[in-house]
Design a protein around this ligand. Sequence first.
Ligand code: GLU
Length: 605
Amino acid sequence: MLMKNMPFRHRLCWSVLCGVVLAGVIALITPAQGPDKVPVARGRGGAVASVDGDATQVGINVLKAGGNAVDAAVATAAALGVTEPFSAGIGGGGFMVIRQADGQVITLDGREEAPALTTPNMFDDPDSQTGEPLPYFPERISSGLAVGEPGTLLNWETALRRYGTLGLGEALQGAIALAETGFTVDDTFVGQIERNRDRFAAFTSTRDLYLPGGSPPAVGTTFTNSDLAATYQQLAEQGTNAFYRGDIAQAIVDTVQSPPTVDNPSFRVYPGRMDRGDLDRYEVRVRPPTVTQYRGYQLYGMGLPSSGGITVAQTLELLEDLPLSALPMADAQHYILEASRRAYADRNAYLGDPEYVDVPLLGLFKEDYLRRRAATMVERQASDAATPGNPVPFQNDPSPSLTRQPELSVSQTQEGVSTTHLSVVDAAGQVVSYTLTIESTGGSGIVVPGYGFILNNELTDFDPVAPHPNTPEPGKRPRSSMSPTIMVGAPGDDQIYAFGAPGGATIITTVLGIVNNVVDFYQELPDAIAAPRLSQRNTAETLAEVGFEEKSLAETLVDWGHRFRITEEIGAATGIVIDENGEMTAVAEPFRRGGGSAMVVEQGG
Ligand code: GLU
């Protein structure tokens, strides 16, 4: 009752307090297992923020032993493959943004890739007379068809070789120990299995690992994954060849082509067509970052095939001429929603794998184009669905695209809400912002038998309609929303930030919100991450987190024509900021997805 009458922000603070007290009580009555999850840590010498205490600890241990931020990021990610297996792991892919101490920024694209036998209509329902795609849930997302060649392992190896100091084997040691000795099962882990119960029960390997005896492991028990420990150990000894060319490659291909389905599964399981050649050909791409100036801050993001960096940047460009910080909050939020609606319309129409699609990026970022697009935003009046602009005439390109205003199918991707983001910095100033995923929570739901990791279902990020820049094609990478970001402060304010989030297409608006909160609304990073989120993706309704409906801000925006749909939570983010004086603040979520874990090497200012 008390909570109900409180403004949302106060309720948030109230809940934090209750949470802290409750955590203390629980700590007293349960044996100490795994490090406590602390959402904010300040200090020096290096920092790690992830969704999980054990994984963050593994990263901190690497930093303490003299590893750099890339070493610690890989070690943390490998540990997340153990403790957060439904969000990330070597069966998936991801994007890593690295800032070297000298300021150079590089990105690594470890996105999954479509097998050579992929066709644009790969997800068509073979039993449909009208060419309908397979139902998204559970058939499309729980199939061998949806599995792309995993990029995560080669991403780790590439990052270590180019920018790290450890070998892959050394970086995997913390995760091997964790998989062998186990971690404490929490509510989030059990909840994720419960939500996937039918999918997991359809595959013998997944059922045996995550539904032992027919049920998820109990909260508070210790969960080990000896198959995954052995897989990591094999990779430590033999390197990535075992995965892309050796027995693990064979096991992946067998699993995709002939999923280990139980007798009489509750849905039909469609096999995929990945083969050994596909895995053999897989490469990580080293790509330049997207670079944007916003009110004096410099943002580095992930370029194509992720739409993340581009769509965040385009939204900010549409807002740049508006004095958001001086406007009443309702006006500022109105413009943020309107700008992201327009940026999403362009994203949905034009963005795809740049090795397959002539994306009109020059036009999309031409000042005239952006000005015209921004001019369609109306004061205090929400617009209906935005149509994409036509950036092609603004290209100024000596060899212009042959595309006119394209007549494309409407984007139909349905992205999951899984994924995980980790942020790491070291004492020397190397910064890593890394988002990795297996797409849906629980990926394809298929554990590779005997190897202990779940295969992704990333190919469901393609648009199952054609023609479209994001149509499935052989060797193509599905468009992503992952937005690992590094932001460097305005001159005179030398702070360096790293942040990112999970949440499918809401990743972009979560990252955008963090930027607006820091730059426009002058919030410290912990507040910017904890603050309630809105997400407008050119949909009829804007997604808002529980509690928003009770705010006067909501009332005003509804009066101006905005419509909202309330959801439990959007995007458990993590981030780190390094102050001018070298102090580091690592930030995780206080509540979302059960709360995250932030640690520093040396606690204190
Ligand atoms: N597959 C999504 C993407 O690449 C991420 C999945 C998620 O966050 O749920 O954007």
